[in-house]
Design a binder for this molecule. Sequence first.
Ligand SMILES: Cc1ncc(COP(=O)(O)O)c(C=O)c1O
Length: 466
Amino acid sequence: MKLFKNTDIENFSAEDVWRLYRNYVNNSQVDLISKFGFGEDIAIKAEKNFIFTKSGKKIYDFTGGIGVLNHGHNNEKILKIRKWYQENKFMEIHKNFFSPYVAALSSNIANLLPGDLNISYFSNSGSDANEGAIKLAYKYHEGKRDYILSSNISFHGKKLVASNITNSRETKYFKFQELVKSENFEFNDFESLSKKISQIKKNGKCNIYAIILEPFSASSLLSLSEEFLRKTRKLCDDLDIVLIFDEVYSGWAKTGNLFYFMNYDGLIPDIVTSGKSLGGGKASISAYTCRNKFFKKAYDNLRDATLHSTTFNGLGEETATAIEAVNIIIDDNYVEKSKRIHKFLNKGLIELQNRFPNIIKEVRGAGALNGVIINTDFSDRYLQPIISLLPSKFAKDEYAIKKIIVSSYISALYDDYNILTFYGSNKDLPLKISCPINIEDESLRYFLISFEKLLQKGTFDTLKIL
Ligand SMILES: Cc1ncc(COP(=O)(O)O)c(C=O)c1O
C-alpha cells in the first residue's frame, strides 16, 4: 500500500498528477485540460497576481481565481491572521459555545450593507448560500407558495437545487431531477417576468415565493438595468415575493461597488448571497444576509432556530479569515481600486476593439471583472476560411465553434505571453479578463500590450496554435 505524504507531492511530475487524476479523480478532465499549456504544467507557488510553475514560468493570472482572488494569491495580511489564529490555538468548531467570530463577521456585514440587511448565515460555497436563501424564502411563506423564478441567463451553482434554477448552456445540456419548482423569464425583460408571475397562480393568488437575480451576471458579463431592478423590487413588495440577489461572484468590490446592487440608491434585496472573495482567497466561506422581517418570520422561534445549519458552517479560522478579508476591502479602498481597474482596462479594450473590429465584437464588464466577445460569426467573410478547416461535426454546432475559437485565444495568451484567462459559461462565451483588486498597473499594461500583439496575428493564426 502506497500512501503519499505531503512531502512527496513536490516531486510529482505533471504526468504523475495526470495518472492519478485519470485513476482516482476524473479521467476526462485530463483530456479536457491537458491540451492547454497550463494543463501540461504544475503550479507550485502563487503570490499576488502571479502563479509560478514547475517548468519555471511566471504566469500573469487574469482569471481572478474565478472570483475568489480579490485580495490576490496568498495575501500577506490574510496569511498573518491565519497564523495568529493557529498559534493561539483558538477553537475551530463547536456547536455548544457561541462563536465570537460569527458574531463579529455578521455584525460587520450588517454595518456595511444598507437598510435592515442584518442577519447573516455562513456556509461554505456559493451554492450553499443560495440554497440557504431559497429555503428561507420558502419557509417565510410557510410552504404555501410553490415556485421560484430565475432568469434565462443565470448561474447560481451546480448543487442540485442551485442547478435547478441555473440557466447556462453548460448546466442545461443535461436536465437533473427538479427538486424545486422553478420557471424562468427573459433576461432583463420586465414584461416577461410579470407575465410569468401572472401565469403561475394557486387558488387565484400569487404562487411565487421568491425571485432570484444576479444584478451583474458574471458568466455572461451582462448586467440588469436599473429600471428592471427597480420595477422588480416594487413588484416583489406588492406581491410579498422574497427578492434574492445572488452576488456570490459580483460582491465584495469585484464589480466596482461593495455589491453591484449598491450602485442604485435605495434598491435593497430581501436576501443577498455572497461568497468567493469573502474568504480572502484562503477560506471557503459564503453567506446569505437577510432583512430582519424575513428571518424573523421564517426561523425566529425556538422550534425553528436551528432548522437550517451544517456541520462546518462558521468554522473559526474560516470566519476569522473572512473578517480580515472584509476589513482589507474597506481599509484599502477596494471599491475605488476596482472602479479604476475598469476604467483602465475598459478604455484599453475599447481601443483594441476599434482597431480590430473583425475580432472583438463587444467589450463588457464592471470593476475588476471585464472581458470581450470574440467574433465567431459563421457568416463573417473573415472567418469563413477557418470554419471550412474544422471537422464537419464541429462546424454544425455553433457553441462548439465558439468554444474552439475562444479557447484558441486563451491557449495563445498562455503559451506566448504567460497570461492565464478563461471564458464565461453563459451567453456568447465571453473571454474573461479578471484580476485581483490590488493588482499593479504594470500588469494591466502588460495584458493590453500582449493582447494587442495576439490580435495582430488574427484568429486564423491563433487557431492554428490549438
Ligand atoms: C453568481 C454565482 N452564484 C453562485 C455560484 C456558485 O458558487 P459555488 O461554485 O461556490 O457553489 C457561482 C459560482 O461561480 C456564481 O458565479
